[in-house]
Design a protein around this ligand. Structure first.
Ligand code: ADP
Length: 542
């Protein structure tokens, strides 16, 4: 029997209308690359989304199902694109500005972007690839001065485009299963793969992410979105904030620790999102130059790679700011799990609570996890048995764009994450490693993530990245690359081994340690182990 409830489509337009009806006075604040500060309300933004919808359909000839690219930092106009483009039934494809020219060219041609919205400051990057782009008909330049010059063909300034349009527009009736957004994986293994989000998945993800057991954001918060809009839709922040009535602060290109601290202070930000390297940088900067007044920041949500327990503790003890650890992927929209404590944990000693908070966490409602061991069986939820993490749910990828390749999916349609993990009886998941980073020494597995986490708790170490190196006797051994807080104060190898021996068996402790100036980072700010392996192979890490 069918239920007798309305068929109410969950679309980005539903989010936008709700945000405008209920939270029209809430703000979007942008710090542009030249440090000019721009502030407007959800209500102002709403009107500009309608102008954009008119421009897309009437001036640029964009049709339902077309894909429209964005190549931009985090700012108000980029939020407008998050709504205006899917609002007319087209797909908002955010392109990672930090990828190589070849990858950018591949992605834009593969997705067949019809129009490309580009930040004025990023135009030089697009000029290099433009002659190779096969489908782009117009380049719309955002935040350009009047005297802005470019060699790109068919350019229109974003403000001119909107200025000529009316702010009256009737949204089309969309099916919630139509595509709304698109993001390619970073291509750490092979070519980048397109992930196509639907209106429904975007709506459900945003509404669950704001809830207390997940990221816990509400209309009393001011949220700084450090995670770029070109990386997994900024973790859904522009959608979550309209549903929850949260003020949004957008840093555009200001991503170094000093700049971020300045913005955190000036805007009295209470919540922020970012990868661990960002928070590591902010923490060390605050240690060096302690802020005169306590920050308004209460919590930072962190994911993308493992958040070391030592950083959660240090940030909290030194500055009273709480780290909330989350796990996810481009393929999972991205929020899969978040490590929030439960009532029964409140009586535990602080150190034990920290251990739970440093786990990757429990699945968000709407997401299911399982661990499959090497022999193909489903692991017990004992917190011990390791295997590949597989996931399914309302905002998990079901296939990649334009390919029939099913190697990342199981026969029973779970998504294979490529992460190795355990799940305990309370459902808390712990990532041991990515399959390709796990180290197999003499038949025993060693987790690079655990080694890095403990190494980074050493008082002299700022960053630690561990890779496998070939070994005649053991086949593979771990090699630790280390960045010191103070370059003059390097610990000795015996001191490091002694330090690790408290948490690791002898065979797990690296024999080799290399001191480097900085750990190379990927386009989304993670430790770039592919690059570290390459440097090792070239004999540059000795
Ligand atoms: P890429 O695959 O290019 O790194 P993603 O952003 O999709 O791009 O990365 C997803 C991967 O990042 C996960 O599969 C996992 O290995 C890693 N990851 C994400 N969050 C965490 C976390 N909290 N702890 C450990 N690893 C994480």
């Amino acid at each position: 029997m069918e239920g007798l409830m309305m068929d109410y489509p969950l679309t980005t337009n539903t989010i936008l209308e709700y945000g405008n009806n209920v939270f029209h006075h809430k703000k979007i604040i942008t710090y542009l690359p030249d440090w000019s500060r721009h502030e407007y309300t959800f209500g102002d933004m709403y009107k500009r989304c309608k102008k954009l919808a008119n421009a897309l359909t009437k001036r640029l000839g964009v049709k339902r199902g077309d894909i429209v690219g964005t190549f931009a930092w985090n700012h108000g106009p980029h939020v407008e694109l998050y709504y205006g483009i899917p609002g007319i039934g087209a797909v908002c494809h955010t392109i990672n500005i930090r990828l190589s020219h070849q990858q950018i060219e591949y992605i834009i041609n593969n997705s067949e972007d019809k129009v490309l919205f580009v930040d004025a400051t990023l135009v030089p990057l697009i000029e290099k690839v433009a002659p190779l782009l096969e489908t782009v008909e117009y380049y719309i330049i955002i935040n350009a001065n009047k005297d802005f010059k470019t060699s790109l063909p068919n350019t229109i300034h974003y403000e001119d485009l909107l200025a000529e349009q009316s702010d009256a527009f009737e949204w089309p009736q969309l099916d919630e299963n139509e595509a709304s957004g698109m993001c390619y994986t970073s291509g750490t293994t092979g070519l980048p793969k397109g992930v196509l989000y639907s209106h429904r998945s975007t709506y459900l993800h945003a509404s669950v992410v704001m809830s207390p057991n997940v990221a816990n954001v509400g209309n009393k918060d001011i949220l700084l979105s450090i995670v770029p809009q070109f990386h997994v839709m900024a973790w859904g922040v522009p959608y979550t904030c309209l549903l929850s009535g949260t003020d949004m602060v957008m840093p555009s290109s200001h991503l170094n620790p000093e700049d971020l601290i300045k913005i955190l202070k000036e805007e009295k930000v209470t919540k922020a999102t970012g990868v661990p390297t960002i928070w590591l940088g902010i923490y060390h900067e605050m240690k060096k130059n302690p802020p005169k007044e306590k920050l308004a920041l209460k919590e930072y949500v962190v994911g993308g790679s493992a958040l070391p327990e030592s950083l959660i503790e240090a940030f909290e003890k030194d500055f009273g700011v709480k780290g909330v650890h989350a796990w996810g992927m481009t393929e999972t929209s991205p929020v899969g799990t978040v490590s929030q404590l439960q009532l029964k944990h409140e009586a535990l000693p602080y150190k034990e609570q920290l251990k739970i908070r440093a786990k990757q966490g429990i699945p968000a409602p709407g997401v299911e996890l399982r661990i499959v061991t090497e022999d193909g069986s489903i692991a017990p939820r004992d917190g011990q048995t390791m295997g590949e993490l597989q996931v399914k749910g309302a905002w998990i990828v079901s296939a990649y764009f334009k390919t029939n390749n099913r190697e990342n999916f199981t026969e029973d349609d779970w998504f294979k994450t490529g992460d190795v993990a355990t799940i305990d009886e309370d459902g808390y998941m712990v990532i041991t490693d990515r399959l390709k980073d796990l180290i197999k020494s003499g038949g025993e597995w060693i987790s690079s993530v655990e080694l890095e986490s403990v190494l980074m708790s050493h008082p002299k170490i700022k960053e630690a990245a561990v890779i496998a190196i070939p070994d005649k006797k053991w086949r593979e051994r771990p090699l630790a690359t280390l960045v010191m807080i103070d370059h003059e104060e390097k610990p000795s190898v015996s001191e490091l081994k002694e330090y690790l021996s408290r948490d690791f068996a002898k065979y797990q402790i690296p024999d080799d340690y290399v001191f480097i100036d900085e750990v190379p980072k990927t386009s989304v700010g993670k430790f770039d182990k592919k690059e570290i392996r390459k440097r090792y192979a070239e004999g540059k890490l000795t």
